[in-house]
Design a protein around this ligand. Structure first.
Ligand SMILES: Cc1cc2nc3c(=O)[nH]c(=O)nc-3n(C[C@H](O)[C@H](O)[C@H](O)COP(=O)(O)O)c2cc1C
Length: 282
């Protein structure tokens, strides 16, 4: 006998028909009157991850966030707040449908500060960002049906958001480069009853090693390169040249290649350059 029973797939199935862990993001947008609106969102996920970098935000079509993005200003910021019960209580308050930006601002406990973009266009207004955030994605809504189009009659809107900038608290930026430490981000558990949202803190992540016999894949090399402190461009094909390097030596090999390239004034690591370095090393 199976231990499973079938669950009816209902509207809002991520809340009604399943347990579905999601992030908690406060989305800031600019209202018609120029104020920064704050709305709580969990349906906010990476959508385009290589080459072009996009997030997908799903919102009811008549939310302040949707209306601002469609009608007044196509910029928004995704503010990832830390796990803190006081913050989550306020996020639930800011998630109450039907309130105007002015009404919401009165209840808001978060501190806001101006956008940190260094590419502000003249005359353009950008939403403020939330100071208490661990990280902030400053984005632009791209309304291009050739790139993404989804039509349905459920009153929901799907926003393809180009990630223009990611800003992170210095402490966590360091941890991102060094590894081993993680910020306390909340998990929205998806499940909802009529009276509550349910959140969980994450516990300390543990490391699960990739089996040694799997060798090195191109992505592992990319991640390692991104963590090195060198301003070098890497040709996509170049990573593949290094898959045979034993994992334990990878960082050392990448550092040696990068140091040599910097010393020689090379700006881009190409497969040909790696072949040349390899020949000279033999
Ligand atoms: C934790 C949390 C997550 C939410 N996630 C979403 C979501 O992903 N999409 C959505 O349409 N509404 C979501 N809501 C409800 C919105 O916050 C609500 O519609 C709110 O009115 C949006 O604010 P706005 O009108 O200022 O944009 C969420 C609410 C909470 C508290």
């Amino acid at each position: 006998m199976s231990k499973f029973s079938e669950v009816a797939v209902l509207d809002n199935f991520y809340q009604t028909s399943s347990f579905y862990p999601m992030p908690v993001v406060l989305v800031t947008t600019v209202s018609e009157s120029g104020l920064t609106n704050i709305g709580s969102y969990s349906l906010c996920f990476p959508f385009g991850i290589a080459g072009d970098h996009y997030m997908m935000l799903i919102s009811r079509g008549d939310s302040n966030t949707s209306l601002n993005l469609m009608n007044s200003n196509n910029h928004c910021a995704l503010n990832f707040i830390p796990y803190n019960k006081k913050f989550l209580k306020n996020a639930v308050c800011l998630g109450y449908p039907g309130e105007t930006t002015e009404q919401k601002l009165k209840d808001c406990i978060f501190t806001i500060e101006p956008s940190m973009r260094n590419d502000k266009a003249d005359g353009e207004v950008y939403p403020d960002v939330i100071t208490e955030s661990i990280q902030i994605f400053e984005c632009t809504y791209i309304d291009d049906p050739e790139l993404f189009h989804y039509a349905n009659d459920g009153g929901e809107r799907h926003f393809l958001l180009k990630i223009d900038h990611i800003f992170m608290q210095e402490k966590w930026h360091k941890a991102l480069k060094k590894g081993g430490k993680f910020p306390g981000l909340p998990v929205d558990y998806g499940y909802r009853d009529s009276r509550h949202f349910w959140f969980a803190p994450h516990s300390r992540p543990y490391a699960e090693a990739i089996p040694k016999n799997k060798g090195i894949d191109v992505n592992s090399i990319k991640y390692e390169v991104q963590r090195l402190p060198f301003e070098l461009e890497w040709d996509e094909q170049a990573y593949a040249r290094l898959v045979k390097v034993p994992r334990v030596f990878l960082k050392r090999v990448l550092t040696a290649i990068s140091e040599r390239a910097v010393k020689e004034g090379v700006k881009k690591i190409t497969p040909e350059l790696l072949d040349e370095y390899n020949k000279k090393n033999r």
